[in-house]
Every structure is written in C-alpha cells, then in structure tokens.
Design a protein around this ligand. Structure first.
Ligand code: FAD
Length: 620
C-alpha cells in the first residue's frame, strides 16, 4: 500500500493539546501525523466558547510567543474581547475573548491544513505498538499501523468517557462523539497510574426564546485588546454583546428538589470535578447562604442563535434542567437546544511524567492535555506545545526542553503537576506563580520567543516582528533617559498640569515616568513620541515597576542556584543524615531532579532542604 506509515512524531487527538502538539512538531521540521476521530472536530471547544481569562491568557500568550496557533485563531474568531483586572497591576491583567466556535475551529483547521510536514488522518487510535519499554507506533481502528520515534497522546475527556444526565448514563467522548474505549483499556495494561475525573457543561439555549429586555448588557472593551502578538484588531470579526442574569431562590429550590436524581449527589459519579468551575448544584450546596448566582449569557457565534449560559453547568435530569433554566429572569420561555451533562473520564497521574511530558514508564510516549489531570483549552494547548516540541526533540536525539517556574506559566504548570500531582482538575491561576511580576501576559514574547526560535518553533515573520519590537523598547528606554525637561519650559507646564506641583529642576523623561501620577501617554505628549501600543506598554511597565521587578529577579537568581543543584535519580535518601522518615519517603517517591524541586514537595521542610544541600556539597 502506497500510504505513508513512517513518521518522526505521531499525535493522537485533534483537540487543543493535539493541535498545538502536531503543529509544534511539524514547525520543527519533523514528519508528523495527526490521528483524530473526526476531521470536522479538530480544534473543537467542548465547553464554553471562550479563550483566555485570569491565568489562562498568560498561557495563550506563551503558546503564541512560541509560534502556536491558539491566540491567532482567537483573533480570527473573537466576537467579544475584554481585559479582566484592568485596574489592577500588570501581573494579574488578563485578556479574555468570547469566540465564535465555528470560526475558531475553521482557523485551527486552516493552520493545520497549511502546515508543512503535517499529515492529517481521520481514524481512532485503538492501540499502541510498544516493544519492551519503548513505544514504536500506533494501530488504528481499521488496523492500520503507523510508526514513529515519538507518540503524543492527547485524548482529552475521551478515554473511557461516560456521559451523565440525571441517573441515565452512556459511553461518550463528549456529547455527540464516541469514547475511546479500546485505547483506554490498552493504556490500563501499561504501568501507568490511572484515575477518574469529571467535568460538566450547561444546557445551551436558543436566543430567540430569551427575553433580553430586563437583562444587563455587557459589551467588550474599547479599545479592544488583541490576543496574539502577531494579531491585529483588523483580524477580529463583528463584535457581539453578552448579558448577565441571576439564579434566584426559586431556581435553588428546584435544584434542591432534584438532588436525589443527581448523579453527583446520589454517588453515581465517582470522579472529582473542577473546584473552580463547579456545577450549579455544587454551588447551591457549597454556598448555601447565597440567594443568587451570576449567569453570563454568552453567544456561541455569529451564525447561530445558540447561547452559552455560563454559570449553570449541570448534570441534573433534563426535566429539572428545564425547570431551573425557566426560573431564571429572561429565560422564562427558554428553549433548550442541548441538555447539560457531566462526563467522567480516565486521567493519568502526572507524577508519572518527566518534565518533557514523556512518560517515565514508556520511552517515546508523551501525554498532554486533559489526560494529565488538567482542565481548560489553554492548559491543554500549552501542554500540547511542550509535548510536541519534546517529541520532536526526541526524534532528533536532542535533549528535552522545559521552561522553569521563573520563565513561564508553562513552567509553573508542569512543575506543579509533576511535583505535586493532582487529585482534581487543575486549572491555572496567577496565584500559582510566585514570580508573577516577571511572568506577565504582556511580556510572554520577551520571555520565550528567542527560545522558541532556537527550538525551531518560531517562523521568520514572527522573529522579525519580535526583534523590531525588542529593539524599539530598548531605543525608547534609552531615549527617555537621555531626554530632559527643563523647569519652566512648555513641556514642564504640561507635566505640571498632571502632577499638580511645579517642577523645580531638570528631570529626565525616564525619571518623570516613575512618578505615580504620570503614565506613558503623558510623557509621549511632551516628546512627540509615536510608538506601537505594545512597545509603549513595555517601556511603561519596565520603568514604573523597576524596583519590584529587580527584587523579584534577585529571588529568581537565588532559585536558580537551587535549580543548579542536581539530585541524582539513584540518590539514597536513607543515607542523608537527619531527614525524617516522612521526608525520606516523599523524596524517594517523587525523585525530584533538583534541590529547588525537592523544596516544593509538600512536607519537605526548609530544614530538610538544608540537610540535603549539606549532603550534596559533602558528596561533591
Ligand atoms: P479534547 O479537547 O477533549 O480533545 C481530544 C481529542 O482527541 C478529540 O479531538 C478526540 O476526537 C480525539 N481523540 C480522543 N481519543 C482518540 C483516539 N483514540 N483516537 C483518535 N482521536 C482521539 N474546561 C474548562 O476550562 N472549564 C469547563 O467548565 C469545562 N467543562 C467541560 C465540560 C465538558 C462536558 C467537556 C467535555 C469539557 C469541558 N472542559 C472544560 C474541558 C475542555 O474542553 C478541555 O480541557 C479541553 O478541551 C482539553 O483539551 P484536550 O486537547 O486535552 O482534549
């Protein structure tokens, strides 16, 4: 048969992790195969049609900085853009876009179909070809064999997926899609720890049956933020309004009345759900004193009447769903197009992975996305990019790459998962990053694009734009240091209007920008600067927050010295004097690769870290 069967990298699954994984590998020049159930569902958003948000936009921008697809697809499909936490400091500001799910999928598919070195094949992967402790390829549903040095598995919620609506349940990967049963049982034969998690989604509503007249409208921001460093507002399609409504006591009574038929409360669902994205029945139970919960009504796209009521995810029986929806203001006559449901699925303990996302047990087999115990498109996408990159590096016999916690939210995510594991779906928050002042969404390119270029992930156009931006920032920082405002001058008068006190001596623009009353736009006004927004933002942040950033950098330098202290895999912790048995056990199980990682294991005390350090120094 004249069909290509030998590849460098095979990626199973065309969701958010899989698409970034195969694109990354192909960008690095590897002959890459993407195997997915259905070409029509490549890049499908299983739950809400939105990308970004707090902590998550940092990941999207990091994917973008490394040449990935998610942010560009968001710019091509976003129908509402907002900056969350806009009034707070730059570390926690986050861009969120409501997307048209059809346009989003189309944009992802366009990237895939136009990516050199990438082959797409619509087939379920039913089995892995494993020889000894090494993966060699994949066998598909119709028995075709494909071979590669590296295989990346990104099966999302599909592995032994079970869908629940009330006490009814059936096998499914998500509503409308088949589960991956054969592959799930094959994976259970391998030496990997498998557990169950669950997630859920709300019923979707027909906009024509909603009365918007009494609801709070919510438009996007003006000026409209852009998601990709290479994107522009001109890429954005027509913008749409969202609305806000609330549940009420009647809604809560209806929910309480249905709990005996809830799969979660009757014990049918065993898997743990996402703490920060709870179902409405969970919210009523956990926050019993609240008399209402907010519901964001989000359009699913420009060419559909379907609405996503964000905040009422549920797996209650359909009759209860209908009643609870119709008890909400604006939804009195709502028509449900798709029922809400919960899904239980297999995930693997991420502590069984290396930092490259290669499994410790099977060489060449990489895991990314929801199967590592995370939740969210962004978390999946960034993992896919890492796993695809490392799969490609492995295929070239090159060392693996993973950024540190001080370099990227990606580094935080990987380190959290591998050091701590997870018992519930893990999502990203800015609070998870200890160095968040340096890991901002606005500077992901400055942190990562150079590395992305070295890895072969960043194309010429992005590299050129990045270098121009970096140079413009440096030039402007320099110019501000060298440009002076004399007391009594016209420029000084303009500045004085903003700071309400006279300038009594000569100041550089750099020094003036440090003052809390002044922003870059004020400085630009007195010096006729016309800079790109992204450049002026960097200049402003770097000058205004210099003190804090420098202090954080000192912490990072200290961390780096601990990162440089390697702990050999075969280190006998019983031989380290003074460690408690508990600490010895934890370290022997986790086998941290560096002293810094050992320090992050819960229960490993600062005293234990000092003992380890002394031991390592003595050992030489
Ligand atoms: P997926 O997007 O699930 O993609 C998996 C892909 O793998 C699919 O294309 C599938 O066809 C393919 N595949 C699977 N098995 C095989 C196989 N054997 N052979 C070939 N192809 C295969 N996230 C949130 O952040 N908040 C939420 O509230 C939320 N709710 C959710 C509710 C539901 C019901 C579901 C299903 C998901 C929800 N999510 C939520 C999660 C979000 O959809 C995922 O985090 C994200 O899609 C994970 O991306 P992924 O690439 O890992 O997997």
């Amino acid at each position: 048969m004249d069909y290509p069967t030998k590849f460098d990298v095979i990626v199973i699954g065309g969701g958010h992790a899989g698409t970034e994984a195969c694109l990354a590998s192909a960008r690095m020049g590897m002959k890459t195969l993407l195997l997915s159930h259905n070409v029509e569902t490549l890049g499908q958003m299983s739950c809400n049609p939105a990308i970004g948000g707090i902590g998550k936009s940092h990941l999207v921008k990091e994917i973008d900085a490394l040449g990935g697809a998610m942010a560009l697809a968001t710019d091509k499909s976003g129908i509402q853009f907002r900056v969350l936490n806009a009034r707070k400091g730059p570390a926690v500001r986050a861009t969120r876009a409501q997307a048209d799910r059809i346009l989003y999928k189309a944009a992802i598919r366009y990237s895939l179909e136009n990516q050199p070195n990438l082959w797409i094949f619509q087939q379920a992967a039913d089995d892995l070809i494993v020889k000894g402790d090494q993966v060699e390829g994949v066998i598909t549903q119709m028995g075709l064999k494909f071979f590669a040095q590296s295989v990346v598995l990104t099966a999302g919620t599909f592995l032994a997926g079970k869908i629940h609506i009330g006490l009814e349940n059936y096998s499914g990967g998500r509503a409308g899609d088949p589960p991956a049963i054969a592959l799930a049982s094959r994976l259970r034969e391998l030496p990997l720890r498998v557990e169950r998690l669950k997630t859920g989604t709300p019923p979707r509503i027909d906009a024509r049956s909603v009365d918007f007249s009494g609801l709070e409208p919510q438009w996007g921001d003006d000026p409209r933020p852009v998601m990709s460093y290479m994107g522009s507002r001109a890429d954005h399609p027509e913008q749409r309004c969202c609305y806000i409504t609330y549940t009420n006591e009647k809604t809560h009574d209806i929910i309480r009345g249905g709990l005996d038929r809830s799969p979660m409360y009757s014990g049918v669902i065993k898997g743990v759900g996402p703490r920060y994205c709870p179902s409405i029945e969970d919210k009523i139970h956990r926050f019993a004193d609240k008399d209402k919960h907010q519901v964001f009504i989000e359009p699913e796209g420009l060419t559909t009447h379907e609405l996503y009521p964000n905040g009422i995810s549920t797996s209650l029986p359909f009759d209860v769903q209908l009643n609870l929806v119709r008890s909400i203001a604006g939804f009195e006559n709502a028509h449900i197009i798709r029922p809400g449901y919960a899904i239980e699925y297999d995930y693997f303990n991420p502590q069984d992975l290396n930092y490259s996302f290669e499994t410790k047990a099977i060489a060449g087999l990489f895991f990314a996305g929801q199967i590592n115990g995370t939740t969210g498109y962004e978390e999946a996408g960034v993992q896919g990019l890492l796993a695809g990159t490392n799969a490609a590096l492995r295929a070239q016999n090159k060392p693996a790459w993973c950024p540190g916690r001080e370099q990227a939210y990606l580094g935080v995510l990987v380190d959290d998962l591998i050091t701590l594991g997870t018992q519930e779906p893990y999502r990203m928050f800015t609070s998870r990053a200890e160095y968040r002042l340096v890991l901002r969404e606005d500077n992901a390119d400055l942190r990562l694009t150079e590395m992305g270029r070295e890895l072969g992930l960043v194309n010429d156009a992005r590299w050129q734009a990045f270098n121009e931006k970096r140079e413009a920032i440096t030039l402007e920082q320099q110019r501000l240091k060298e440009t002076w405002v004399q007391a009594g001058s016209e420029q000084a008068k303009k500045i004085e209007q903003k700071i309400a006190s006279p300038l009594t001596r000569e100041y550089s623009l750099h020094d003036l920008l440090k003052r809390p009353e002044l922003v870059y736009a004020d400085i630009a006004q007195v010096s006729d600067a016309k800079l790109d927004e992204a450049v002026s933002e960097q200049v402003e942040i770097s000058i205004k927050y210099a003190g804090y950033i420098d202090r954080q950098q000192e912490d990072i330098d200290r961390l780096r010295s601990n990162e440089a202290m390697l702990l050999p895999d075969n280190l006998d912790y019983a031989a380290v004097d003074g460690l408690s048995n508990e600490v010895r056990q934890k370290l022997s199980e986790a086998k941290p690769q560096t002293l810094a990682r050992a320090a992050r294991i819960p229960g490993v005390t600062p005293a234990a870290v000092s003992l380890l350090m002394i031991y390592l120094k003595k050992r030489g």
